[in-house]
Ligand binder design. Structure first.
Ligand code: WT7
Length: 695
C-alpha cells in the first residue's frame, strides 16, 4: 500500500500507454501558469554577486567539497558533526545503511553510538558561550506594533520550565506530545522542551480540522496535547481549543484518550470564552509558575526519535514521517549555514509555519543551531495591507528572507509601491521552497524585492528529506529562474529513465536519491513496511522522491513537478485520495475523483469530479456542502476550487481504473490532448464530461 509500481511511475511520467491506468499522463510541464511564460530551461542565467562568509564562493570550491562529501560521506559528516556538542562521540563506523530491499530491511543510521541533545545545541551551547543576552526570537504579532523579543537565556528558561512540567505529568523519553498552536514563541519553545527531555513532538498545523487532528493524535498515541485558547490571522480568530476539544472527542469515540491538555491563553480567545474540561485541561501560565527554570538535558542516542510530522502521499491516510536526532541536527545546522550564509546574530526570517517541515528545519532548529535572531510572524502576509511583509523586513532589518512561491505570486499581484515603500536594504539573500517557482515570480522577487542584488536560493526538498537537497549556494554559481541548480553536500541525485536506468549527463527522468544522507526520514511511524514500499520499492536501491526532474549541460537540476497523485496547493501537500475519501463520506456523493490544475496564485488548485448519489440532483447547495465536508475533514487549504458533477460517471478502463489523465485534460481545457481513450469501458463518458464542464 502507498507504493507506485515502477511501471506506473514511468508510464505516468513518460506518457506511455500504461499511463492511462491510475496515474498522471504525459510529461509534466513545468508550471509556467497556463503557458504564459518561457519554461525555466529557456531562461538566461543570472549572476548576482555575493561573497559568502562561509568561504564557498565558487563552483570549483563547492565541487572540491562535494567530491569529498560523496567519496567519504561518513568522514565528511563526522567533520561537520564536530561543530556541535556531543555527550558521547559516535562509533568509528557510524554510518550504516541499507536502501536496497533485495538485501533486507531498509535502514538508515548516522552517528551511531553517539549521544547528544538538539535543544542543548540550539540554546544552552549559545548561553554557555556568553550569548544568552542576544535575541533568539523576534516575535511580530498579527497587528502592526504588537511585538516581543525573547533572548536566548529567556528562551532557555522557558523551555526548561516546560520540560519540567512535561516531566511532572509523567512524560518520558520516547513519549509523543502533540502540538496544535498558533505561531507564537511558545510553539518552538514547546518543540525544544520536548527535545530536551527526549520526548517526540508531533506538530499538527493549526489549519487542520478537528477530524484531521483526531486522526493524527490517534496515530501517534500522544500522552499530552499542547495548544492555545485561540489564534488570530488577519481578521480571523481561530478557536484552537474548541477544535482540540472536538478532535479529542472524536479520538475518544475511536478509543483513544489524551491524558492532559496544556493550554496557552491567547488574547484572541480570553479564558472566560475558552471551552474547558477541568479534569484534563491545564493553563500554561499557572503550570509554568510552579516549575523551575533549570532542567538537565536528557542525552539521547543519535538515532533516538526527535519528531514525527504527518504528510500526505498518493494513497491512504497521512504518514507519520519520523526523524531522529543526530543526523537531522547536523544536516539542519549545516544546510542552514551554507544555503543562507547564516552567521550568529543575523536577523533571519522564514515565513513558514512550524506546522510544516520548513518550520521545523528552517524556522526552528537550523537557525537556532546557528545562533541567529529568528523573526516569527503570527499573522498573514497581506494584513492589514499587501505591504506587511516588507514592513516587517524593514522593521527588523531582515538579512535572509525564506518564503514560498505562492506568497510571492500573491504579493506580486499588487502595486510595486507596497514593496518599495519599505526599506529593503538589509536584505542579502532571498529563498524559496515548497513548489516550483515560475520565472515571472522569480524575476519580480529578484528585481522588485531584492533590487537585483540578492541571490535567490530555490531549495528543493521534502518532509521526508529533512533538509534541503538541491539548492544554490549564494554567490557560488550563476542562478536560473525556476531552477534549484545543484545538490547539497552528500546528496546524490539520479534521474531514472523509462527503463529504470540512470540517465547520464543532460536529460530528463524520475528524480531519485542514491545513498543515505543524515537528515533522511528513518521510518513511517508504526509502519516500516509502508516506509519501505512507498520510498524504496519503486526503484530498487534508490529513494524515490515522487518528482520529475531535468538536468542540463551545466549539471543544473530543474524540478518539473510530482509524478504521483500528490497535489501541491500553495506549497501544501494534498493527497488526492484524502480529498476523494472526504467527498465520498458525504451522503450526496457516490464517487469522486480529484486532480490538480495550474492555478495562478496557488501553483496548483484542486478540481473534483463528483458522481452524485441516486436521488440527489446537482445544485449550488450540494457543491457548498461538499466543499464544507473537505474543509471539516482535512482543513480549509484542501477545499476544492471546482466541483464538476459527472452525471454520466467517471472515465474508467475495463478493469475499473479511473483514467486520471483524461480528467486532468478536461479540467485544464486541453481536451485536444486527451490521448488514447480506446481502452475506456464507456467512451461516451468523455463527451458528457465536456458538456457539463463549468456548470
Ligand atoms: C514536495 C515536497 C520541503 C518543504 C516544503 C514542502 C515540491 C518542494 C520545491 C522546489 C519545486 C518543490 C516537490 C516535493 N517542492 N520544494 N524548490 N521546486 N518543487 O515539503 O510538503 O514534503 O512537499 O514539494 O514536489 O516533492 P513537502
Amino acid at each position: 500500500e502507498g507504493a507506485l509500481s515502477r511501471l506506473q511511475v514511468l508510464a505516468a511520467h513518460f506518457g506511455t500507454a500504461e499511463a492511462s491506468e491510475n496515474h498522471p499522463g504525459g510529461i509534466k510541464r513545468h508550471p509556467t501558469l497556463a503557458g504564459a511564460e518561457e519554461p525555466s530551461h529557456q531562461q538566461a542565467s543570472v549572476n548576482t554577486p555575493y561573497k559568502a562568509r562561509t568561504g564557498i564562493t565558487s563552483r570549483r570550491e563547492y565541487e572540491r567539497l562535494y567530491r569529498q562529501s560523496v567519496e567519504d560521506p561518513a568522514g565528511f559528516w563526522a567533520h561537520v558533526a564536530e561543530g556541535y556538542d556531543w555527550k558521547q562521540k559516535w562509533d568509528t563506523e557510524h554510518m550504516r545503511s541499507n536502501l536496497d530491499l533485495d538485501r533486507g530491511r531498509v535502514s538508515i543510521e548516522w552517528f551511531a553510538g553517539g549521544r547528544t541533545n538538539i535543544c542543548h545545541n540550539c540554546l544552552d551551547r549559545h548561553v554557555e558561550g556568553g550569548r544568552g543576552g542576544q535575541a533568539c526570537f523576534l516575535w511580530e504579532g498579527n497587528e502592526p506594533g504588537q511585538d516581543a523579543v525573547m533572548t536566548y537565556k529567556q528562551t532557555l528558561d522557558a523551555v526548561c520550565q516546560l520540560s519540567n512540567w512535561l516531566k511532572s505529568v509523567g512524560v518520558k523519553k520516547g513519549d509523543r506530545v502533540a502540538l496544535y498552536m498558533p505561531l507564537i514563541c511558545e510553539l518552538p519553545i514547546a518543540m525544544l522542551a520536548c527535545a530536551r527531555i527526549g520526548a517526540v513532538h508531533s506538530v499538527i498545523f493549526a489549519g487542520f480540522s478537528a477530524e484531521a487532528l483526531a486522526q493524527r493524535v490517534q496515530d501517534c498515541q500522544c500522552r499530552v496535547v499542547i495548544t492555545a485558547s485561540g489564534g488570530i490571522r488577519g481578521k480571523k480568530t481561530i478557536p484552537l481549543k474548541q477544535i482540540v476539544d472536538d478532535g479529542l472527542k472524536l479520538a475518544e469515540k475511536a478509543g483513544f484518550k489524551a491524558e492532559v491538555c496544556l493550554v496557552f491563553e491567547h488574547p484572541a480567545v480570553p479564558r472566560q470564552k475558552c471551552p474547558w474540561q477541568a479534569a484534563r485541561d491545564v493553563w500554561w501560565r499557572e503550570a509554568m509558575a510552579r516549575q523551575a527554570s533549570h532542567c538537565p538535558v536528557e542525552w539521547v542516542g543519535a538515532e533516538d526519535p526527535l519528531f514525527l510530522l504527518y504528510t500526505s502521499g498518493s494513497t491512504g491516510k497521512p504518514k507519520g514521517v519520523l526523524h531522529t536526532t543526530g543526523g537531522y541536527m547536523v544536516m539542519a545546522g549545516c544546510t542552514t549555514k551554507y544555503i543562507f550564509d547564516l552567521q550568529p546574530d543575523d536577523v533571519y526570517w522564514c515565513t513558514a509555519d512550524c506546522g510544516w517541515i520548513t518550520g521545523h528545519t528552517y524556522l526552528t532548529y537550523g537557525p537556532l543551531l546557528n545562533g541567529a535572531q529568528v523573526v516569527l510572524y503570527e499573522g498573514v502576509p497581506n494584513y492589514p495591507s499587501p505591504g506587511r511583509v516588507w514592513q516587517i523586513v524593514e522593521k527588523y532589518k531582515v538579512r535572509q528572507l525564506y518564503t514560498a512561491p505562492t506568497l510571492i505570486r500573491s504579493l506580486e499581484a499588487h502595486d510595486a509601491h507596497f514593496v518599495t515603500d519599505s526599506d529593503r536594504s538589509s536584505l542579502r539573500i532571498l529563498g524559496t521552497v515548497g513548489e516550483p517557482i515560475n520565472p515571472r515570480a522569480w524575476d519580480w522577487f529578484n528585481k522588485v524585492v531584492g533590487e537585483g542584488r540578492c541571490p535567490i536560493v530555490d531549495t528543493w526538498w521534502q518532509t521526508e528529506t529533512g533538509a534541503a537537497m538541491l539548492t544554490p549556494l549564494p554567490g557560488a554559481w550563476p542562478l536560473r529562474p525556476g531552477c534549484a541548480t545543484l545538490p547539497f553536500f552528500g546528496v546524490q541525485p539520479v534521474l531514472l529513465d523509462e527503463k529504470g536506468k540512470e540517465v547520464q549527463g543532460a536529460g530528463e527522468g524520475i528524480l531519485c536519491l542514491k545513498a543515505a544522507w543524515p537528515g533522511a526520514l528513518r521510518t513511517i511511524y508504526g509502519d516500516h513496511k509502508r516506509f519501505e514500499s512507498t520510498y524504496f520499492s519503486t526503484f530498487k536501491g534508490y529513494y524515490f522522491t515522487g518528482d520529475g526532474c531535468r538536468r542540463d549541460e551545466e549539471g543544473y537540476y530543474t524540478i518539473t513537478g510530482r509524478v504521483d497523485d500528490v497535489i501541491n496547493v500553495s506549497g501544501h501537500r494534498v493527497g488526492t485520495a484524502e480529498v476523494e475519501s472526504a467527498l465520498q463520506s458525504h451522503d450526496t456523493c457516490a464517487e469522486a475523483a480529484v486532480v490538480g490544475f495550474d492555478h495562478p496564485i496557488k501553483g496548483q488548485g484542486i478540481y473534483a469530479y463528483v458522481v452524485l448519489a441516486d436521488g440527489t440532483s446537482a445544485s449550488p447547495e450540494v457543491k457548498k456542502a461538499l466543499v464544507a465536508t473537505v474543509r471539516s475533514q482535512i482543513g480549509a487549504f484542501a477545499a476544492p476550487d471546482s466541483i464538476h458533477f459527472a452525471p454520466g460517471g467517471l472515465p474508467k478502463t475495463r478493469s475499473g481504473k479511473i483514467m486520471r489523465r483524461v480528467l486532468r485534460k478536461i479540467a485544464t481545457k486541453e481536451e485536444d490532448q486527451l490521448g488514447d481513450t480506446s481502452t475506456l469501458a464507456d467512451p461516451g463518458v468523455v463527451p458528457k464530461l465536456l458538456e457539463t464542464r463549468g456548470k
